[in-house]
Design a protein around this ligand. Structure first.
Ligand SMILES: [Zn+2]
Length: 465
């Protein structure tokens, strides 16, 4: 018996790497020093930016003004540099319209500005305690006991999802944004801790999708060991960073370990380095790929309305398959489907009995009728040679399928949700990460102390993470 599984990266990659880069306290000179290097190495990232200088304080009640520091697109030099970055493949997304609270008009204007000149990214990163942050503070989770703890200890009001609030933009979010960053982990393989990402949370209907990020230094995630392990696990690092801090604010000189890390990752031919949006898109496409096995037969199904390229199936032994056409190739233990056409089903004959495992692996029974419950719908596949009359009415023709799903506000099927146990794990990861900073690195839990301008903030140095 051959055992196999579908892996998410497109052929020929074995793992992925992307960065969300926050602009907090950044200067133009530092940003340029870092991005000149990244462009030189063709290392694309997702850079969160503020469209405007702040008009209000950050947070209700307000937190210290140190949260307002950082260059914005109101600086013409920075704006033209960001346009250039976008032309070169960097993704620019909003970190809120500004570093202070943003009323609806400002968020809308910022989204319009991006749509006109900077690529209308579908990724969004919330900033600190901004009042327009959506499902934030005590609304992050409804799990016991975390929700009760957050209710007791969070002191700030965030209202992005509240229709009628001056800070409401939930409808714009629903229509334009596909993913927002939420939980943080120290695990280098972010996908291992959050395999369902990007996921929809039905208790937060105005946000189409959420993803997690790894909070560690770049050098930590780019050791030879870390990279090898990431590839062995077919993993993905979504790194949470303040990249400008790798450039000296006075001289612009880059941190040597950062430079080496960029080189090590970008020169590895097996690592898929892309923007957050394109990696999340790939993950979403793969959420729509299902496999069904029975005996020596394997069917690969694409539920989505898009063709999916370079799908990889890895087996525990060399594969001998018969596909009837040249749409697939095998390389030893690897089967590559060059293109799986939208809303299609492909049959593969294998010389040995085969079983797939993983999230979207199904097994056919003797009648060759397969029913699978999706988060917001159902998949029914008829692999037999006869029509299948189904209880819902109508029939499913031979060798075809029927799928019902719910769509996001941007029109893509919602195929993934976060289980309670996965969420509990992510909350624990984030709690451990904060506790570690409090116990070993001197971080204060009080945001006023943490962000106090008069103190040095060594914590925000990546080597302290
Ligand atoms: Zn921020």
């Amino acid at each position: 018996m051959t055992h196999a599984k579908v892996i998410w990266p497109p052929y020929p990659y074995e793992a992925g790497f992307c960065i969300t880069d926050d602009p907090d306290a950044s200067t133009f000179a530092q940003t340029r020093a870092v991005y000149d290097l990244l462009l030189l190495r063709s290392f694309v990232t997702t850079k969160a930016v503020w469209a405007f200088n702040p008009a209000e304080k950050c947070g209700i009640p307000a937190i210290p003004d140190s949260a307002l520091r950082g260059v914005t697109l109101d600086d013409d030099r920075y704006l033209s540099y960001c346009k250039e970055l976008y032309q070169q493949g960097v993704e620019l997304c909003l970190h809120g319209a500004s570093s202070g609270n943003n009323k609806r008009d400002r968020t809308r204007d910022a989204l319009e500005l991006f749509a006109a000149d900077l690529g209308a990214s579908d990724t969004y990163i919330c900033h600190s305690k901004n009042a327009e942050n959506i499902y934030w503070e005590d609304k992050i989770t409804s799990l016991f006991p975390f929700h009760a703890l957050l209710r007791r200890y969070s002191k700030h009001t965030c209202e992005g999802e509240l229709e009628g609030s001056a800070y409401y933009w939930g409808d714009l979010c629903h229509a334009r944004i596909n993913q927002i960053r939420l939980y943080r982990t120290r695990c280098r393989n972010t996908l291992k801790r959050n395999p369902s990402m990007p996921y929809h949370d039905p208790r937060k209907p105005l946000v189409n999708g959420w993803f997690s990020a790894t909070k560690r230094s770049m050098a930590d995630c780019a050791t030879e060991d870390a990279i090898n392990r990431l590839k062995q696990e077919y993993g993905l690092t979504v790194l949470y960073q303040y990249l400008h801090r790798y450039a000296d604010p006075g001289t612009g000189k880059l941190n040597e370990r950062f430079v080496q890390s960029v080189e090590r990752i970008s020169s590895d031919p097996k690592i898929f380095v892309r923007t957050v949006s394109s990696i999340m898109k790939r993950l979403r496409q793969m959420q729509a790929v299902y496999t069904i096995h029975q005996g020596k037969s394997l069917w690969i199904v694409n539920l989505s309305d898009e063709d999916t390229e370079h799908i990889q199936i890895v087996a525990d032994r060399p594969l001998d398959v018969e596909t009837g056409d040249n749409s697939m190739v095998t390389y030893g233990r690897l089967l590559v489907v060059k293109t799986l056409v939208k809303k299609s089903l492909k049959k593969v004959r294998v010389s040995d009995r085969i079983a797939l495992f993983g999230r979207n692996a199904l097994e056919a029974g003797r009648d060759k009728h397969v029913t699978c419950t999706l988060p917001f719908g159902k998949l029914q596949v008829n692999l037999s040679g006869n029509e299948w009359p189904v209880a819902e009415g109508g029939t499913i023709p031979p060798e075809s399928f029927r799928v019902t799903t719910r769509e996001s506000g941007t029109g893509i099927p919602l195929l993934s949700v976060l289980s309670d146990s996965e969420e509990r794990g992510l909350i624990m990861d984030q709690s451990v990460s904060i506790a570690r900073e409090v116990i070993f690195k001197g971080r204060s839990l009080n945001v006023d102390t943490y962000l106090d301008n008069s103190r040095a903030i060594p914590l925000e140095d990546h080597d302290n993470w």
